[in-house]
Write a protein that binds this ligand. Structure first.
Ligand code: HEM
Ligand code: HEM
Length: 185
């Protein structure tokens, strides 16, 4: 499997390494689930048992994203990315590069802001009912509010960029018929 800039065989798309692909899809599931649950919770009054239970799952998924990105980012920096079989035009190249950098930034920012919201608010930090993450912050309501605002605006950015990212992948696959989606499959 080629991960260098050497041209791949005509029929085979150069792919990301298996470890990178596994992490991409695992994190995609974790983050999309966290987005859906977070959105649901934000529309339900605090204190209801269902909201509390779903928020615990949300926090557990969010902390999983934090652990996974700590593995994924160094891997990406050391392994790089495979060459495109058919190079992207300059506009697509910079659009994809910009979107990927923003996605990486949000994958770091969102769990950290979520953690800070819960920790500075003195709330639980559960992991699927198995244990509690350590709370490293003193209770600080101003910090909790600021982190919650960052978490909320970060979520708006994620909705837009993840939607554009998925639409772009489908556009490449079904309309441009190139190897972009196959690089990640
Ligand atoms: C990739 C990781 C995460 C994503 C994509 C995410 C996404 C969201 C979204 C979309 C919301 C609803 C909008 C809002 O009110 O902010 C939300 C709310 C929330 N999230 Fe996260 N979150 C993540 C990680 C975390 C983590 C790690 C924690 C805590 C350990 C956390 C705690 C919360 C809390 C407490 C709320 C507030 C719910 C409310 O009061 O309405 N999140 N999150
Ligand atoms: C159904 C959902 C998704 C599909 C179909 C998809 C598809 C893809 C594809 C085809 C690539 C390779 C692009 C290229 O080589 O130019 C890619 C890369 C990437 N995706 Fe996704 N993706 C999805 C969900 C997500 C989510 C939810 C996130 C994060 C919030 C994400 C973050 C990334 C990042 C950061 C890269 C760049 C990888 C790198 O260069 O290390 N993806 N995705």
């Amino acid at each position: 499997m080629s991960v260098t800039s050497a041209p791949a065989a005509d029929t085979a798309a150069a792919q990301y390494r298996p470890s990178q692909r596994i992490l991409h899809w695992l994190m995609a599931i974790v983050i999309i689930s966290a987005l859906v649950l977070g959105l649901y919770c934000s529309h339900h009054a605090p204190g209801t048992p269902l909201r509390r239970a779903l928020l615990d799952v949300h926090k557990s998924l969010g902390m999983m994203a934090l652990v996974l990105i700590a593995v994924r980012l160094p891997l990406r920096l050391s392994l790089g990315e495979p060459a495109y079989q058919r190079p992207l035009d300059i506009l697509n190249h910079y659009a994809a590069r910009g979107a990927h950098i923003l996605l990486y930034a949000l994958m770091i920012l969102m769990p950290l802001a979520g953690y800070t919201t819960s920790a500075a608010g003195g709330h639980d930090l559960p992991w699927f009912g198995l244990f509690q993450w350590p709370n490293l912050l003193p209770v600080n309501k101003a910090l909790e509010r600021t982190a919650a605002d960052i978490h909320e605006y970060g979520a708006y950015c994620l909705y837009v960029i993840v939607s554009a990212h998925i639409l772009a992948a489908l556009w490449h696959h079904f309309f441009r018929r190139d190897d972009v989606l196959k690089r990640m499959l």
